[in-house]
Design a protein around this ligand. Structure first.
Ligand code: ACO
Length: 330
C-alpha cells in the first residue's frame, strides 16, 4: 500500500541582496518612515537587480528545502512554482527544474497572487493523496519590484522580492489536517497587474491587441476590509475540516501584507500575539513568497518545532484566499 498521508519535511528561502529601507523611499515618493511603519509595520524590503532572476531565487530556496528534507533533486516527482511574476510568461518552473537538475520531475507554474503558496500546497497534496506522486516541491516566489509604479506611494512602499519553498512528501501519518480555498472574481478590480493593449491592424479589417502589463494597482482600503473579514472565516472553516479548535494552534502564519491585518485576524480568532509569526518588517509583502519565507525563518530559528500545529492563510489578488492547517515535520 502506498503512503497517501502528507508530511512537510523541508523548507528554504532566498532573498535578493539589496535592501531598501523606508527612509530611502522618501527620495522617490512623498512618504515617511513614520507613515509606512505605523500603517503597515514594514521597515525595509529586498529588491532584485537585473542579474537576479526569479528562477535563480526559487532554485536557491529549493536547494535549501531539499537539503533539509534529506532528499535529492532527482527524487522530486513534481515542482509547483507559485508566482505572478515569472521570468517568462510561458512559465518559469521548468527553468527551476533545470537549475536543480530535477530531471525526473514534471514542473509547472500556478498563479494565485498572494494566495499562491497555499493554493500550491493544497494542489500538491492532491497528487500525494491520490498516490500519484511521493515527493513534491512547492515554491512561492515573486519579484513584484519589476511591476510596481515607483511613483505610486500607495503601492510601492508595500512590496518586496523573495522566494521560499517546502518539500511535501508521502507519509504514513497525515500532517495536512485541513484546508479551505476561496475565490471571488467579482472583486477582481480591487487589485490588479493587468494587461492593457491598443488595437493594431494586422491585415485589412482584422485587428489585434498590442500592449503590456501595467503596474500594480490596489484599492488598499477594500483589500484590507476583505482580508480582515475573510481570513478569520476561512481559517475557522479549515479548523473545522481539521476537527480541531483554535486553542490547538501553535502558530498563526499569515500572508505578510500588513501588521495591522495580522493583529486584527489574530484578535478576531482569539489567538495571542506570541503565537503570531511576523517578519514583514524586514521584507514587506513578498506576495507568494511571504508564507514560505516566514515559515522557513521560524523553523530555522527553532520557534516552529516538529509536530507544532500551524494555521497558515494567504489572501490577495483574484481575489483569492485560503487556509491550510498542518503539522510541521516528518
Ligand atoms: N506615504 C504617505 N502617505 C500615504 C502613502 C504613503 N506611502 N500612501 C497613502 N498615503 C496617504 C493617502 O493618500 C491618504 O491621504 P488622504 O487622507 O489625504 O487621502 C492617507 O495616506 C491614508 O491612506 P489610506 O489608503 O486610507 O491608508 P490606510 O490606513 O488604508 O493604509 C494600506 C493603506 C497600508 C495600503 C492598507 O490599506 C493596507 O494594508 N491594505 C491591504 C493591502 C493588502 O493586504 N494587500 C494584500 C494583497 S497583495 C497581493 O495580492 C499582490
Amino acid at each position: 500500500m502506498r503512503n497517501t498521508g502528507i508530511a512537510i519535511t523541508g523548507s528554504g528561502c532566498a532573498v535578493p541582496s539589496a535592501s531598501v529601507d523606508n527612509q530611502a523611499l522618501t527620495a522617490l515618493v512623498e512618504t515617511s518612515d513614520e507613515w509606512i511603519t505605523t500603517r503597515t509595520g514594514i521597515k525595509k524590503r529586498r529588491v532584485a537587480n537585473n542579474s537576479e532572476s526569479l528562477s535563480q531565487l526559487a532554485a536557491v530556496a529549493s536547494l535549501k528545502a531539499i537539503a533539509m528534507a534529506g532528499i535529492s533533486a532527482q527524487d522530486l516527482d513534481l515542482i509547483l512554482l507559485t508566482t505572478s511574476t515569472p521570468d517568462d510568461l510561458f512559465g518559469s518552473a521548468c527553468q527551476v527544474q533545470q537549475a536543480l537538475g530535477a530531471n525526473r520531475a514534471v514542473a509547472f507554474d500556478l498563479t494565485a497572487a498572494c494566495s499562491g503558496f497555499i493554493f500550491g500546497m493544497v494542489t500538491a497534496a492532491q497528487y500525494i493523496r491520490t498516490g500519484v506522486y511521493q515527493n513534491v516541491l512547492v515554491i512561492g516566489a515573486d519579484i513584484l519590484s519589476r511591476w510596481l509604479d515607483w511613483q505610486d506611494r500607495t503601492t510601492c512602499v508595500l512590496f518586496g522580492d523573495g522566494a521560499g519553498a517546502v518539500v511535501m512528501q508521502a507519509s504514513s501519518s497525515d500532517k495536512l489536517l485541513g484546508f479551505e480555498l476561496r475565490s471571488d472574481g467579482s472583486q477582481n478590480h480591487h487589485l490588479n497587474l493587468a494587461y492593457s493593449g491598443q488595437n493594431q491592424e494586422l491585415t485589412q479589417g482584422i485587428n489585434i491587441s498590442k500592449g503590456n502589463y501595467q503596474a500594480v494597482t490596489m484599492n488598499g482600503k477594500e483589500v484590507y476590509r476583505f482580508a480582515a473579514q475573510k481570513v478569520p472565516e476561512v481559517i475557522d472553516k479549515a479548523l473545522f475540516r481539521a476537527n480541531i479548535t483554535v486553542d490547538s494552534i501553535d502558530w498563526l502564519l499569515l500572508h505578510q501584507a500588513n501588521q495591522r491585518i495580522l493583529d486584527t485576524v489574530a484578535q478576531r480568532l482569539g489567538i495571542p500575539e506570541h503565537k503570531v509569526i511576523s517578519n514583514l518588517a524586514n521584507y514587506g509583502n513578498t506576495s507568494a513568497a511571504s508564507i514560505p519565507i516566514a515559515l522557513d525563518e521560524a523553523v530555522r530559528a527553532g520557534q516552529i518545532k516538529p509536530n507544532h500545529i500551524i494555521a497558515a492563510s494567504g489572501f490577495g489578488a483574484g481575489l483569492t484566499w485560503g487556509a491550510a492547517i498542518f503539522q510541521w515535520g516528518k
